[in-house]
Design a protein around this ligand. Structure first.
Ligand SMILES: [Zn+2]
Length: 91
């Protein structure tokens, strides 16, 4: 029995790439991203913080795909945390 890919079942999806796959630069191919949470440490000057980043990884190779939007959101959270801890002490 042949198993159809998930997107083949979607209405109107035959001519376009399904919206729920992303290009994986590690595989150099399109795969479905899966949501993952990673602990990442960011350093600003002599201050550093470890935050949980909610991003996406390739379902094939398991490596992070991410996106500019996720990077932006992560950096915003890092700077907010920086201001919360260091805020007001700037010279
Ligand atoms: Zn991959």
């Amino acid at each position: 029995m042949e198993i159809e890919p998930l997107w083949a079942l979607r209405e109107g999806a035959e001519m376009t790439l399904p919206r729920d796959i992303e290009f994986c630069p590690h595989c150099e191919d399109y795969h479905q991203p899966v949501p993952v949470s990673l602990e990442q440490t960011y350093t600003i000057r002599d201050w550093s913080t470890t935050i949980t980043v909610h991003t996406t990884a390739c379902s094939r190779c398991g490596k992070e795909i991410g996106s500019d939007e996720i990077d932006d959101r992560t950096l915003t959270a890092v700077y907010a945390e920086y201001r919360r801890q260091i805020g007001g002490k700037e010279e």
